[in-house]
Design a protein around this ligand. Sequence first.
Ligand SMILES: NC(=O)c1ccc[n+]([C@@H]2O[C@H](COP(=O)([O-])OP(=O)(O)OC[C@H]3O[C@@H](n4cnc5c(N)ncnc54)[C@H](OP(=O)(O)O)[C@@H]3O)[C@@H](O)[C@H]2O)c1
Length: 274
Amino acid sequence: MVWFITGASKGLGLSLIKELLQAGHKVAATSRSLSALTSEVAASANFLPLAVDLTDVNAIREAVKKTHDTLGGLDVVVNNAGYGIGGAVEELNDKEIYQAFDVNVFATIHVIQAALPYLRAQRSGHIINISSIAGFAPSPGWPMYSATKYAVIGLSESLAVELKPLGINVTAVAPGGFRTEFLTSDSLVLAENKIEDYHDTAAGRDKFVETANKKQIGDPVMAARVFMTLAETPEPPVLLFIGSDAHRRATAKVEQLAASLENYKELTLSTDYK
Ligand SMILES: NC(=O)c1ccc[n+]([C@@H]2O[C@H](COP(=O)([O-])OP(=O)(O)OC[C@H]3O[C@@H](n4cnc5c(N)ncnc54)[C@H](OP(=O)(O)O)[C@@H]3O)[C@@H](O)[C@H]2O)c1
């Protein structure tokens, strides 16, 4: 199979490249830095490293075309690139917010648009979009990150229905904590502006980052194997949580939602024409 993975010089993306190459797949991978990719992965005919600025639609289109032309096809697309952005809604400025949506959401949309003509033509393929448990059961201090990751789940769920008749599968993967560079200062972005009223929320978030960084329960190699299993599953799930922490948080959220639906049922049903 031919895989295309975004943001793959470290973390989940890099683990996935290594597992795929070991299993004999062909892999195209993007990074902002070509040297970061080539220093991590040995050169081979099955590996196509690509320097791509994911905020540049033309660069994305060229990268997908080059993948198809060089590796002889396109089967699985993994929209993996993304980063955490912390800060209260009021603290974050437009530049910080738009940049997070550019990478976490709009790049995902642009990659899908670039890949679909190839997948539609062959009536097969699998698009795997990496969301987060924060896109289903958010925790305090990360509202904009949650907004981007909710967008990825909403997009994926609707897209899955749209593409099913064309033979293309879509899965949103919502990881819990995985031991990558995600919580390091190289990847994580925090609002520059601080508002004192949000001090306690910020302190809780910062404490979480400090204690969880590099101690996350999730193993990126096991995540890579899950992605590979997904690609081989004939009827894959549209939304898959990975990690025991994600499972716990998702279960609590589903129970909370079910209770709220029941508690407010009368109010919910009150709006229909009588
Ligand atoms: N690790 C977790 O706990 C966790 C939990 C839930 C969801 N996720 C999601 O999983 C995906 C992979 O993250 P990871 O855990 O592997 O983190 P990571 O080790 O920080 O790697 C993230 C990758 O995304 C790309 N990226 C990061 N910031 C970027 C930016 N500003 N512009 C463009 N690309 C950027 C990087 O690509 P290059 O540097 O190669 O360009 C990098 O390889 C992300 O979508 C993340 O939101 C992670």
